[in-house]
Write a protein that binds this ligand. Structure first.
Ligand code: AMP
Length: 417
């Protein structure tokens, strides 16, 4: 971005303006719009013009509920320029609007997902559609997707992807469009570049010891990440709800704690894998237990293997807190995904707060810390630590897939790997 001079150029910028709206279509959190502002402003300041493309929600066709017109005023306000709107992302009128853009001008396109071609998935198939009909519909949408992609590409001289949230999708505007531009005319926006740099600092240019803290409710949703991390980390702290699947797998009494009974073998397998690979696997030893899933429940402390019936573990206990924070404070690279307890309840957020504090302390001593995945971001925000860790990722699925070791289509489309 810094070395590209956009003067006199039109840029198609794919952003992620998929912001939450209330029932009156007011934006309740504009973080994602603000995250793309530096890229858009740089292009406009250079004397380029921008054609902004995004999705909003998961529409099944064109509908006012998911119209990007609702966010137009906020986009204009944040960019500090008048922003035009194209109420269809393709078509003759939109082509004319894009063609007429002058240096420093911006055009926001209507929701790209109003067209099935954006995702390349057929819509409106009858429930009793035969396999042949489904295959034919898939083929047809893939075919028309090429035309759709070509039209989007035709508006601009250069393609910029700044949508990390959708970088793991091979959609028309997030990946396929890049084929219409040569290597010198497709680039990452600042946000996407920052995300890639942060993840690669953790996963590739790792300073050791490297500690990953994986929390959240279930082990099943994190299996691939845990497997990949076992090849990379020195310490792996597994916490949150999955604690009890591990405790039960090793004959613990877990009371009414959350458990995945079909993952007990997996838990044993992961413990074995950690041993074989020489990874220090750290599991909670004790828990703060509650007699109901509520902030006002009666509480007590117990070993994770001796939880009485009628009680469930909702946070780590003081022993585990000490164990976790000691490991974290001595780390040089830290990845945190998922709270270690039900942090949404103030009476069960102490463990997550202690983890967050330890990460801040390690960061102050020079460690690189990456926090990502919806709930951990909510966590650092709750504790006021967002600007005291090295990087807070804006990506959910995209971040997790990168940590799993997958090559993201949106990234590959631009840099080739
Ligand atoms: P995930 O979406 O899998 O990352 O899970 C995040 C959720 O896990 C948060 O909403 C936490 O409240 C929840 N969680 C963390 N620890 C526990 C626990 N011990 N029991 C039940 N839920 C938990």
């Amino acid at each position: 971005m810094d070395s590209f001079n956009f003067a006199g150029k039109k840029a198609f910028v794919r952003v992620d303006f998929n912001v939450p709206l209330d029932e009156n279509f007011h934006i309740t959190d504009d973080t994602r719009i603000r995250a793309a502002v530096p890229t858009l402003k740089k292009i406009l300041k250079d004397g380029g013009s921008v054609i902004i493309g995004s999705h909003l929600g998961r529409p099944k066709g064109a509908t006012d509920k998911f119209s990007l017109s609702h966010i137009l005023p906020r986009v204009a306000e944040l960019l500090g320029v008048d922003v035009q709107f194209a109420d269809d992302c393709i078509g003759a009128e939109t082509e004319a609007k894009a063609a007429a853009l002058r240096p420093g001008e911006a055009l926001l396109l209507e929701n790209l997902r109003f067209y099935a071609e954006e995702e390349g998935k057929p819509r409106g198939l009858a429930e009793d559609a035969t396999e042949e009909e489904i295959a034919a519909a898939k083929k047809a949408v893939k075919e028309s997707q090429k035309e759709f992609t070509k039209k989007l590409a035709s508006y601009a001289d250069v393609y910029v992807n700044d949508a990390f949230g959708t970088a793991h999708r091979a959609h028309a505007s997030t990946a396929l469009i890049a084929d219409h531009f040569d290597a010198a005319h497709k680039l990452f926006g600042y946000l996407l570049q920052n995300e890639i740099t942060a993840v690669e600092k953790v996963m590739k240019d790792t300073e050791r010891p490297f500690t990953a803290i994986m929390g959240g409710s279930k082990v099943s949703s994190k299996i691939e990440i845990i497997r990949n991390l076992l090849d990379k980390v020195d310490n792996l702290i597994l916490a949150g709800g999955m604690t009890y699947t591990f405790a039960k797998a090793f004959d613990g009494k877990i009371g009414d704690s959350i458990v995945e009974n079909d993952k007990l073998d997996l838990a044993r397998e992961l413990v074995e894998m950690a041993k074989t690979k020489g990874v220090n696997l750290v599991l909670a030893t004790d828990a703060k237990i509650a007699d109901s899933f509520s902030n006002d429940a009666n509480t007590n402390f117990a070993s994770v293997k001796e939880i009485p019936d009628g009680w469930e573990g909702l946070d780590i206990g003081p022993d585990a807190e000490k164990l976790f924070t000691e490991v974290i404070k001595n780390s040089k690279t830290i990845l945190w995904n998922g709270p270690v307890g039900v942090f949404e309840f103030d009476n069960f957020d102490k463990g997550s707060r202690a983890v967050s504090n330890a990460i801040v302390e390690a960061t102050q001593k020079g460690a690189f810390s990456l926090v990502g995945g919806g709930d951990s971001v909510a966590c650092v925000n709750k504790f006021g630590h967002a600007d005291q860790v090295s990087y807070v990722s804006t990506g959910g699925g995209a971040l997790l897939e990168m940590i799993e070791g997958k090559v993201l289509p949106g990234i590959k489309a631009i840099r080739g790997y």
